[in-house]
Ligand binder design. Structure first.
Ligand SMILES: O=P(O)(O)O[C@H]1O[C@H](CO)[C@@H](O)[C@H]1O
Ligand SMILES: Nc1nc2[nH]cnc2c(=O)[nH]1
Length: 396
């Protein structure tokens, strides 16, 4: 296997002895600004005991406080219940609508035994009449990847038994099964993120569903902030490695009892990103004439939902990270655990500021992320469909 042959190197060694370019600036600047702190009253939250006890059954969002304050809070503000506030001794303490109840149950259910995953997979393979070979996860604003699928069978997440629901703009919440370039595929138009309140195992549970549906290749895509100074907005970074920040903090999608039917207790993660697929994608990018917008690099997943501070971005850069997001890594870990081949890329939707500045333009925001994804969806779709075509032809 040769190294990755991208014209504009990333300043990283690709693990095959080829060091490309320089790493940009990693130096510290002590431009910290002092901030004024103003004490703020805590908004009142519905507490665990708030609605419990006789007569304590209150409807969803408003909770009448027994001390008589208006609208149930000392400040008269609307109370936002938390899952914890609604549960007491495992029993729901407030009346909830059907949708609220379902969301709460799915939020609290964080283990997915093999049999449950099997049930979901059966639901999809029977419902679609297909055993797809390639799984696609569409990143923020990249749902159009699934729109390419021919003769699609569409499964709304909320209609799939035991499936979580999408809560993020740009993630439609549908599973699309069909064919693409002759290959059988299933695509998640909407992924699950840790910051939505789902445990990592639940965020990546659909990858196991894919496996039991018959999927051999995972294509994971994401929108990410570019930390490597050579990256421009709209570029595509083919992932060849990752830094798992949530893993550094002791969190893994594989935590808990290991079911060997999925994979081993201690999976190795070197060579997680399939080199053949990376090299094929580079060839395709050349043929598409977008070679100068393609990089090979390292992605890191943080918990979100906040974007990073300057100090965090500087630290990530020093660690060799080229692009940062809030997804993908736990999906890749789950896919490698069950021995799928992985291809993943980041669409660089914003440049991450690594110097202190007052400019609003330097602040990442989700609208910009979505707008860039929309602008670049054509190139992303072509890259994915051409690569799938190659996989399909090679296996035919
Ligand atoms: O990783 P995807 O789902 O593409 O989305 C990325 O974009 C969102 C932030 O704008 C976050 O969800 C981040 O993870
Ligand atoms: N964490 C993170 N996620 C993103 N998704 C898109 N852009 C960004 C970013 O700058 N940071």
């Amino acid at each position: 296997m040769t190294g990755y042959k991208v014209a504009n190197g990333n300043g990283h060694s690709n693990g095959n002895g080829n060091t490309k370019g320089t790493n940009g600036t990693n130096g510290h600047s002590n431009g910290h600004k002092s901030a004024d702190y103003t004490a703020q009253e805590n908004p009142t939250m519905c507490s665990r005991d708030c609605c419990s006890g006789p007569g304590g059954s209150n409807r969803g969002n408003t909770c009448s406080d027994k001390k008589g304050a208006k609208a149930g809070s000392l400040t008269g503000e609307k109370i936002i219940p938390t899952p914890q506030s609604l549960l007491g001794n495992g029993k729901i303490q407030c009346e909830l609508t059907h949708e609220e109840l379902r969301a709460l149950r799915v939020l609290n259910e964080d283990t997915y035994p093999y049999e449950v995953i099997e049930e979901i997979a059966d639901f999809i393979t029977k419902g679609s009449g297909m055993r797809p070979k390639i799984g696609i996860i569409c990143g923020s604003g990249l749902g159009s990847l699934a729109d390419m699928i021919q003769d699609p069978k569409i499964f709304e997440y909320e209609k799939i038994p035991n499936f979580p629901v999408s809560t993020v703009e740009g993630h439609a919440g549908r599973l699309v099964v069909g064919t693409l370039e002759g290959a059988t595929v299933m695509a998640m138009q909407g992924r699950f993120h840790f910051y939505e309140g789902y445990p990592l195992a639940k965020c990546s549970m659909p990858v196991r569903v894919m496996k039991l549906c018959g999927v051999e290749y995972l294509f994971a895509t994401n929108a990410a902030g570019g930390i490597n100074p050579r990256f421009a907005v709209g570029d595509i970074m083919l992932m060849h490695d990752h830094v798992n920040m949530l893993g550094f903090a002791g969190n893994s999608p594989l935590q808990g009892p290991n079911d060997p039917r999925f994979g081993p207790r201690f999976p190795a993660l070197v060579n997680s990103y399939n080199k053949d697929l990376i090299n094929k994608a580079i060839e395709i990018a050349k043929a598409m004439g977008i070679e100068s917008n393609i990089h090979v690099g390292v992605y890191s997943c943080l918990g979100g939902p906040n974007y990073e501070t300057i100090a965090e971005l500087k630290a990530l850069r020093m660690m060799g990270v080229d692009a940062v997001g809030m997804s993908t890594v736990h999906e890749v870990i789950t896919a490698r655990h069950c021995d799928m081949k992985v291809f993943a890329f980041s669409l660089i939707t914003n440049k991450c500021a690594t110097e202190y500045s007052d400019k609003k333009d330097d602040e990442a925001n989700h609208d910009e992320v979505m707008a860039v994804a929309k602008n670049r969806q054509k190139a992303c779709c072509e890259l994915v469909s051409r690569l799938i075509r190659e996989i399909h032809l090679a296996s035919a």
